[in-house]
Design a protein around this ligand. Structure first.
Ligand SMILES: NC(=O)c1ccc[n+]([C@@H]2O[C@H](COP(=O)([O-])OP(=O)(O)OC[C@H]3O[C@@H](n4cnc5c(N)ncnc54)[C@H](O)[C@@H]3O)[C@@H](O)[C@H]2O)c1
Length: 485
């Protein structure tokens, strides 16, 4: 293998997975080159800047840049100068069918067969449906036979499980590595690449292509199910005076269930769960082995994000500051903290904010949004609107706001002082859809607070209670007392 036994690795796709894989394999000691079709990305990388926000990534890229990590937009050179090629391009959902769009993967495959100059190992890191790696193998066999090429391409399926926000740690210390191979040669190469993980006794599951591909989709579908499940249990808590924090704790302490992914939220988003659940459900229907549980998860999560505006309107109408009319939000300033689909990433794909921002604008609100990292990516995907502004500070975002909606639990939001917030806003009203503010603090500062999966709070200030009661009596509902707060 390689020149002088020194393995050179090429990564195709400089996105979240490609860049993290490149930086971490460089850290493992390999010579790595990463390429992307977007010249602007490569230019940024060659200037020492990461085109995406991922904690620790820029540091690691700069540590190895120009030593054993290089960036190029010349895919031909990348293909010809490396022994192992990782495909890490996007596999988005087809908007009509939900199936994974594999055009980028097969475009790269065509480029590999066109420029082949020696034997290669080609590894699919991208999440691809069952059967894709075998199709790639067939593609290469046909292409090389057609050209009477003396070379061989060994394909491998090596799905990635990293999470944005902790991607470096996830790559360097994974729970497991899944590798689907069909030759001793490719197995020995992959063994060499992941050898540094032997130090941590990382389990490596050696399997066939199909099982490796399916493991990735099954994992994401299962995790999405856990999230959708706890969100529906949170709904039930709200209707029955239960407290989701306690229920989730009690559930999670059962080792068969585990405590992870039991946090209620405005719905899952990101680049993986939504598209991977759609893709596995599509494949399952096609293969006549329907995944009805996954179908329900998709519907449940979609509805959750779509219904956020109704939830916000319903809650605001119960506070003393808004009425129930259709025009209640006209001209009101909505402050929005958090745009990315989760903290520690600038990724906006399928974020709940993509639903809430346009819905608030449609309801007549003036929307003022702040996110520590996702302004730029948000501006790329949320349409410009004269009543929408992306603020540079939390203070500008909250100033004179009529209500606040929290969509992402960045740590800096958790550290906010409710007393301070109250002085900035017009009304002490928060839709805390990440449950970051403790109810006792909210009570102490006289906030009306909507939580996920636990009772909403209404201010105990006498004036507010009187206003609530006047409205409740007008609506025929029972009056509240300070105890309800
Ligand atoms: N983001 C995650 O958390 C995550 C985790 C595990 C697996 N995955 C999977 O990994 C794959 C990549 O995801 P991502 O989030 O890194 O995507 P991404 O959109 O961030 O990056 C993909 C990159 O590939 C580049 N690209 C596309 N076609 C190309 C071509 N022909 N030549 C060179 N570059 C090309 C794009 O310009 C882009 O920079 C997907 O299949 C995804 O499902 C993602």
């Amino acid at each position: 293998l390689g020149k002088n036994g020194f393995m050179k690795i090429g990564i195709i796709g400089a996105g979240y997975v490609g860049l993290v894989t490149a930086a971490c394999l460089a850290e493992f000691g390999f010579q790595v080159t990463c390429c992307d079709k977007q010249q602007a990305r490569i230019d940024m990388l060659n200037q020492g800047k990461s085109p995406i926000f991922e904690p620790g990534l820029e540091l690691l890229l700069n540590k190895h840049a120009d030593k054993n990590l290089f960036f190029t937009s010349d895919i031909q050179k990348l293909i010809q100068h490396n022994d192992v090629l990782f495909i890490a391009v996007g596999t988005p959902s087809d908007p009509d069918t939900g199936a994974a769009d594999l055009s980028a993967v097969f475009h790269v495959a065509a480029q590999i067969s066109d420029h082949l100059n020696q034997d290669k190992v080609v590894v699919t890191k991208s999440t691809v449906p069952v059967g894709t790696t075998r199709r790639l193998k067939q593609h290469f066999t046909d292409a090389l036979q057609g050209k009477n090429s003396p070379h061989n391409i060994h394909v491998v399926s090596n799905p990635e499980f990293l999470r944005e926000g902790s991607a470096i740690e996830d790559f360097m210390r994974p729970d497991r590595v899944i590798i689907g191979t069909d030759s001793d040669y490719s197995k020995s190469i992959m063994d060499m690449i992941y050898r540094p993980l032997y130090l941590y006794e990382t389990p490596i599951v050696w399997t066939d292509f199909e099982s490796a591909e399916l493991t990735k989709y099954a994992s994401n579908a299962f995790l999405a199910t856990k999230v959708a499940f706890i969100n529906e249990i949170a709904n039930l808590c709200e209707k029955t005076n239960g407290t989701i924090d306690d229920v989730a704790k009690g559930l999670g302490l059962d080792k068969r269930i585990g405590h992870k992914f039991l946090h209620p939220s405005p719905g899952y988003g990101g680049s993986c769960f939504p598209k991977d659940t759609l893709a596995i459900a599509h494949l399952a229907t096609e293969k006549n082995a329907p995944l009805t549980i996954v179908d329900s998860v998709i519907t449940s999560n979609d509805n959750r994000k779509k219904n956020l505006i109704t939830r916000i309107q319903g809650f605001l109408g119960k506070t003393p500051y808004f009425d129930h009319s259709a025009t209640a939000l006209h001209g009101k300033k909505a402050a929005l903290l958090g745009l990315s689909f989760k903290p520690n990433t600038d990724d906006m794909r399928e974020s709940p904010a993509l639903y809430v921002v346009p819905d608030l604008l449609a309801a007549g609100c003036i929307v003022s949004a702040f996110d520590p990292e996702a302004h730029e990516t948000a501006q790329q995907v949320i349409e410009d609107h004269p009543k929408l502004s992306f603020e540079n500070s939390i203070t500008d975002c909250l100033k004179d706001a009529d209500f606040l909606v929290i969509l992402t639990e960045w740590n800096q939001f958790r550290a906010l002082d409710l007393g301070e917030i109250k002085t900035m806003m017009n009304n002490p009203v928060i839709c805390d859809y990440r449950n970051i503010f403790a109810p006792n603090m909210a009570k102490q500062h006289g906030f009306c607070m909507d939580y996920v999966g636990k009772p909403a709070l209404f201010s105990t200030e006498t004036a507010h209670i009187e206003m609530i009661n006047k409205k409740n009596i007008d609506n025929g509902a029972k009056p509240v007392s300070a105890v309800d707060g």
